[in-house]
Ligand binder design. Structure first.
Ligand code: OGA
Ligand code: MN
Length: 234
């Protein structure tokens, strides 16, 4: 399956940060960023130190409300047909993902294709060759993604994902120094983009419901579907 190609099991021990008191240092709004979304940065990125935020800033992006409710619905309808036939998988203890089912899709209807064109336009350089099929991952309410790095053999510098049905928290952890972390609030209907160092030098994962806090605030995790575009290695 797709997932086996994409994920390399560079899993690291993760401490859980359930205690809101541990979330002391917030991301500063960066004054140097331009555009109407710049003030949002502090709303979706939160980390253990200013230093670690400085490392990922510019390599991660979350665009809130990237798709409308109608578009979310269209995507949901289209991916649901592929997912419906599959069962959620829970019991592979060595998997990076627990409580999920997945599919991939090459051909999309007009509405979804135009959404994906928008994703590609903002996420990837114009001449970047893309992985053909789009990856669709359906996480059960109790599902989660352990820290991992997507295969460098099969995937390139950029990972872009739309989140449907639920808010969630993506945690980035530096591969070599696991006490630091950066959390991204992936609101429902947002698009996240991980590039370069954030994709290669950090693991990423999606927190399970019990651990799903952003800046000390509970972010309830419901069933969540992600629609993920990737490019090819150069
Ligand atoms: C993956 C992954 C993140 C997401 O499938 O490799 O990291 O947004 N998914 O579902
Ligand atoms: Mn991944």
């Amino acid at each position: 399956m797709m997932a086996l190609l994409i994920r390399v099991s560079k899993q690291v021990q993760r401490k859980s940060f359930q205690n809101p008191l541990l979330y002391r240092l917030s991301s500063e709004c960066s004054a140097s960023r331009k555009g109407p979304e710049s003030k949002e940065e502090c709303k979706w990125m939160f980390g253990s130190s200013q230093d670690i935020l400085a490392v990922v800033r510019g390599h991660v992006e979350v665009r809130q409300n990237f798709i409308s409710e109608e578009e979310e619905n269209e995507l949901f309808k289209e991916v649901e047909t592929g997912l419906r036939k599959k069962r959620y998988e829970f019991d592979h203890w060595d998997d990076a993902i627990h409580g999920y089912r997945e599919t991939e899709r090459l051909q999309w209807g007009v509405t979804c294709e135009s959404i994906l064109r928008r994703v590609r336009a903002v996420a990837f350089p114009e001449d970047s060759p893309l992985l053909g099929p789009v990856h669709v991952l359906d996480l059960d309410k109790d599902g989660y993604i352990k820290p991992h790095i997507d295969s460098v053999k099969f995937c390139g510098s950029t990972i872009a994902g739309l989140s449907l049905l639920s808010d969630s928290v993506m945690r980035l952890t530096p591969e070599n120094k696991s006490t630091d972390w950066v959390d991204l609030l992936l609101s429902r209907r947002s698009l996240y983009i991980l590039r370069d160092d954030a994709r290669f030098k950090f693991t990423h994962g999606i927190l399970k419901d019990e651990e799903s806090f952003f800046s000390g605030q509970k972010v309830p995790r419901h069933r969540r579907i992600s629609v993920i575009c990737r490019n090819l290695p150069v």
